[in-house]
Design a protein around this ligand. Structure first.
Ligand SMILES: C[S@@+](CC[C@H](N)C(=O)[O-])C[C@H]1O[C@@H](n2cnc3c(N)ncnc32)[C@H](O)[C@@H]1O
Ligand SMILES: [Zn+2]
Length: 284
């Protein structure tokens, strides 16, 4: 069975919330909503919601390439290790459990967790079509779905055992809804000084302070089972610093050539703080 076929156990219609099943080369619900499965293997579940405007379109190809280069050079390896450590161990009879990576991009985190955890199946949900095209090929047990996780996560109530939200948006009430009893949300948020050096002289988006504290209490009935700060200082070339800026939402507000001109004036290597908090919240 393909990873996407397996995911029909947990997918729901983004328009009406009914269960989704495989239909006509894509997916359908009992209320005749139909969604296409793309040639590249992902299922397209981005749907317009009344009064909420167009679905989010997510990261561009240029942003994804910048993030792939940055991750590929090892700069996020210790964050990934902390995420893996925060995922609870397999239950004795845990085969068939689901992991959902919300705003999971290309599936970089999900695929490495599935490598380490043969008892899990996974699904990446991301608004970015180019991201889920890559995620669809990232792991044999990983399904990829394009979806706007802000307007509603197209997964059934109490259907997943692990929900990841890593540098990504998402609604705490929706995360709570999809978690199975005893399930865990693992959330990674940047700390206020994350990449702060790059903000000097560049008008970058500010990371608000206290994000981790907010996440820690965001699911009222969940217990905070772990909270780890992952901090390092890395030495970046101008190209790597550019990727650090343009792999995130600054890409929507900045011009790469202009930022490059500023960074060329700094003396490389550019020393940058990476500072994030990894939280694990477990529901009863
Ligand atoms: C900073 S990237 C992080 C990607 C991935 N979690 C990682 O750390 O490698 C944020 C991701 O959230 C996605 N995204 C933004 N808004 C979204 C939304 N409303 N629904 C689903 N995904 C969204 C973007 O397309 C992007 O892939
Ligand atoms: Zn429907």
């Amino acid at each position: 069975m393909s990873s996407l076929d397996a995911a029909f156990d947990i997918l729901q219609c983004p328009s009406c919330g009914a269960a989704l099943a495989a239909a006509d080369g894509g997916a359908g619900c009992a209320n005749r909503h139909h969604f296409d499965r793309a040639r590249q293997g992902y299922l397209g579940l981005r749907a317009a919601h009344k009064g909420k405007g167009a679905p989010a379109s997510g990261d561009t190809v240029e942003m994804l390439e910048a993030r792939e280069r940055f991750q590929g050079q090892g700069f996020h390896d210790d964050i990934r290790a902390a995420v893996l450590a925060a995922v609870p161990g397999a239950e004795p009879a845990g085969a068939g459990s689901w992991l959902a990576d919300l705003g999971g991009g290309t599936g970089w985190y999900a695929a490495s967790i599935l490598d380490a955890r043969p008892d899990l199946r996974g699904v990446v949900l991301d608004a970015s079509v180019p991201a889920v095209r890559i995620a669809a090929r990232a792991h044999e047990r990983l399904a990829a779905v394009s979806a706007d996780v802000w307007t509603g996560i197209p997964l059934r109530d109490a259907s997943v055992d692990v929900a990841l939200r890593i540098f990504a948006p998402g609604s705490a009430s929706e995360v709570r809804r999809i978690l199975a009893p005893g399930g865990t949300a693992v959330v990674v948020v940047p700390d206020a000084d994350h990449m702060r050096e790059l903000g000097h002289g560049l008008k970058l988006l500010k990371v608000p302070a206290g994000k981790a504290d907010e996440v820690a209490v965001s699911i009222p009935d969940a217990a905070l089972v772990s909270r780890e700060e992952v901090r390092s200082r890395v030495e970046l070339t101008v190209e790597q610093a550019l990727d650090a800026v343009f792999m995130g939402p600054n890409a929507f507000h900045q011009d790469r050539a202009k930022v490059a001109a500023v960074l060329e004036g700094w003396r490389a290597p550019i020393s940058v703080t990476l500072a994030v908090t990894v939280l694990a919240l477990r529901v009863p």
